[in-house]
Design a protein around this ligand. Sequence first.
Ligand SMILES: N[C@@H](CCC(=O)N[C@@H](CS)C(=O)NCC(=O)O)C(=O)O
Length: 212
Amino acid sequence: MRLYIYEHCPFCLRTRMIAGFKNLPIQYSIIMEGDSETPIHLVGKKVVVPILQKSDGQYMTESLDIVKYLDDLSPPYYAQGEVNTEIEAWIKKNSSLIFRLIVPRFTQSDFKEISTPEARQAFIERETASFGDLKQLYENSEPDIHAMNTSLTEIDSLIEHHEEMNITDFMIFPWLRSLSIVEGLIFPSHTKRYMNRIATAAKVNLLFDQAR
Ligand SMILES: N[C@@H](CCC(=O)N[C@@H](CS)C(=O)NCC(=O)O)C(=O)O
């Protein structure tokens, strides 16, 4: 099987998590930003990543569908149960704040999908179309960092009481991993421990070393 991803993409991370937890023999292909030809070649139209090529050669999109499909292949299972409603509500409440913080930083960072000037420019243009002037967003981050630090203290007690691994982890961890690229955020102790534990089990990197 093969997963087509972007390294920065929080939705792709869900699929990398399940592959890592289960030690699945999956190959990765990083699609370059601005490359619409590869997905068109694979699935006949411009679709977003992640894309899974299954063993039977068929393609599948939508991160949560891919997670469920890979989880259901064999035990042990990781992505079962219901999403913790309080954690889900926290994500919903904070999602635009999270995007405002992570997007301008992603565009400045080192990911394979933006390792050429053309790809980085394509990424900047794609995100500018959704979020406006990224330089301004980055330079005016201070109030958002302050607000996010307050929000992180709220998620910490929810994470403290979230013990069993289930579908909730696929919802929250990718956002926390994304936020690890934001310099000035203070991750409370339960959250920090959780991030390290899941990153290790999933064999994915956190982004603290690229924080800006
Ligand atoms: N609902 C989709 C969302 C995936 C998604 O938004 N992927 C973004 C990257 S984070 C993408 O590929 N964007 C490329 C584009 O819009 O051209 C999923 O969960 O798989």
